[in-house]
Design a protein around this ligand. Structure first.
Ligand code: PEP
Ligand code: MN
Length: 349
């Protein structure tokens, strides 16, 4: 596995002292192998909150880069931000979740990037909702404008749960990597968690999934932070977290080159079993759809409407009980049942 890409720093740049002290503390504990982040302009969901200091933040970030020798990053949400970030020669810029949601803004950012000789490396967070096409579309717009090797950041999706501010939706980075394998994937457990406690678990999950990097919010004094105070870690806690993570080596791809080992490996046997089970599963699905089609004919002949709400409720309830009894996640069973029902209904209309 390549070295982990790590992006650390406060949610927002608040003062010159806060920006410099946080960076110095992180370098003191972790060395220089990370990108330093700080938001100059903060997109707040509700009005009346701290919205960032704007341009001065960029000069503080430049000072960090010049004195500590680490690359720096800030968020851009409008053409003006992008122009300013380019002028300040930010090494990286990121497009936040609320901006990825808006193709007009992404186009504005792309147009500024296209016109500039200096192009910072661009990172694109997933949109607030679970819409992978918007995420891919934003990355494509930026690539068309000349962005080189863009990086995707998964920061979870709204709504969150009782424990998490934004739920991780692992299906999104998995699908984005399938569609755009060349795009590097970084995970942002800070904005997923919304609180300090959950960050280590999420960060470890991200590495266990095999992703290439982490973005973690770190503040010299989190309790005094002007935004995202509950989720920022002190530099010491950040270092402790990173040092405690286990990185899985990707032995798989090297052993996959070796045909002999591939034949005999336990993984190959297990994957064979999975393929066999999938064959059975989808053969049953085909059979089920055929029966649904026959039911559709019956309903047509007898003038019955296709959707029978009470029957559908019954099926969902029965499967939910089955899931609980079998220890299979109810959420998964429900999602599968809904997809099967939708396909059956389509066969009947
Ligand atoms: C941030 O990184 O500080 C931020 C605003 O994140 P997001 O766009 O993921 O909400
Ligand atoms: Mn934040």
């Amino acid at each position: 596995m390549q070295a982990l890409r790590v992006i650390l720093g406060p949610c927002a740049a608040e003062t010159r002292q806060q920006v410099l002290e946080t960076a110095q503390a992180l370098v003191g504990m972790l060395g220089r192998n990370f990108i330093y982040r700080a938001g100059a302009w903060k997109p707040r969901t509700t009005p009346g909150k701290f919205e960032g200091v704007g341009l001065p933040a960029l000069s503080w970030l430049q000072e960090v880069r010049d004195t500590l020798g680490i690359p720096v990053a800030t968020e851009v949400a409008t053409a003006e931000h992008m122009k300013a970030a380019i002028e300040a020669h930010m090494d990286y810029v990121w497009v936040g979740a609320r901006t990825t949601t808006n193709p007009f803004l992404v186009q504005e950012l792309s147009d500024v990037l296209r016109e500039s000789d200096y192009k910072p490396r661009v990172m694109v967070k997933n949109p607030v909702g679970q819409d992978i096409d918007l995420w891919q579309g934003a990355i494509e717009r930026l690539i068309q404008a000349g962005a080189v090797r863009p990086i995707a950041i998964h920061r979870g999706v709204a709504p969150g749960t009782e424990q998490l501010r934004n739920q991780p939706c692992w299906a999104m980075p998995i699908e984005l990597k399938r569609r755009m394998p060349e795009v590097e994937m970084v995970i942002d457990p800070s904005h997923m968690a919304g609180c300090r406690d959950m960050i280590p678990t999420l960060a470890q999950q991200a590495l266990d999934m095999g992703y290439e990097g982490l973005m973690i919010e770190s503040h010299i004094c989190p309790s005094k932070a002007l935004s995202d105070a509950d989720q920022q870690l002190t530099p010491a806690a950040t270092a402790e977290l990173l040092q405690g993570l286990r990185i899985r080596s990707n032995a798989l791809s090297s052993s996959e080159d070796n045909a002999l080992r591939k034949q005999s490996s336990k993984l190959t046997i297990l994957r064979g079993q999975i393929d066999e089970l999938d064959d059975q599963l989808f053969t049953l699905l085909r059979q089920r759809l055929q029966v649904a089609e026959e039911i559709g004919e019956y309903k047509r002949e007898h003038g019955m409407p296709v959707v029978q709400e009470s029957r559908y409720q019954q099926i969902l309830q029965k499967r939910a009980e089955w899931a609980r009894a079998q220890g299979v996640p109810e959420k998964t069973v429900r999602a599968i049942m809904e997809a099967i029902h939708e396909a059956s209904v389509e066969r009947q209309i």
